[in-house]
Design a protein around this ligand. Structure first.
Ligand SMILES: [Zn+2]
Length: 121
C-alpha cells in the first residue's frame, strides 16, 4: 500500500472525514457517529464493539501525552509541584474528551486501510 494513501486515509479520519471518499462526515452530531458513510456507504461502525478501537487509540495517546508532560515537569525544577499536578489533572481529564472524535476517526481509517471494515463478525 502506498505510504501517501495511508497518510491520506489517516489524515482524513483524524479530521472526521470518510477515509475512502474524503467527503462524507463521520459524525452525525457532536458525539454520535454515523454507522456508514452517507456518500460511499463505507461502514464506520460495522459492529457494536467498534468503539473500543478508538478508545484504545485515545488511551494510548493520552498516556503518552501525560508521561511526556510528567517528564517535562520532572526535569523543570523551578516549576511549582502544585502547578504541575493541576496541569496533569486538567490535561488528563480534558484531552481524552477533545481527542475522542479524532481517535474514532483514526480507528475507522485503520479499519479501512487493513480491509477490516467489511468483514463479517
Ligand atoms: Zn465515504
Amino acid at each position: 500500500m502506498p505510504p501517501l494513501r495511508v497518510a491520506s486515509a489517516l489524515l482524513y479520519g483524524f479530521f472526521l472525514r470518510c477515509p475512502r471518499c474524503h467527503k462524507g462526515r463521520l459524525f452525525r452530531r457532536r458525539f454520535q457517529m454515523r454507522i456508514a458513510c452517507p456518500l460511499c456507504d463505507l461502514w464506520f461502525e460495522r459492529a457494536s464493539g467498534e468503539i473500543t478501537g478508538g478508545m484504545g487509540i485515545n488511551a494510548v495517546v493520552t498516556c503518552l501525552l501525560m508521561v511526556t508532560l510528567a517528564l517535562v515537569f520532572a526535569f523543570t525544577p523551578r516549576l511549582p509541584v502544585g502547578l504541575a499536578i493541576i496541569a496533569l489533572i486538567i490535561v488528563g481529564g480534558v484531552f481524552p474528551i477533545v481527542f475522542y472524535r479524532s481517535s474514532r476517526g483514526l480507528w475507522v481509517s485503520f479499519l479501512y486501510l487493513t480491509g477490516n471494515h467489511d468483514e463479517p463478525d
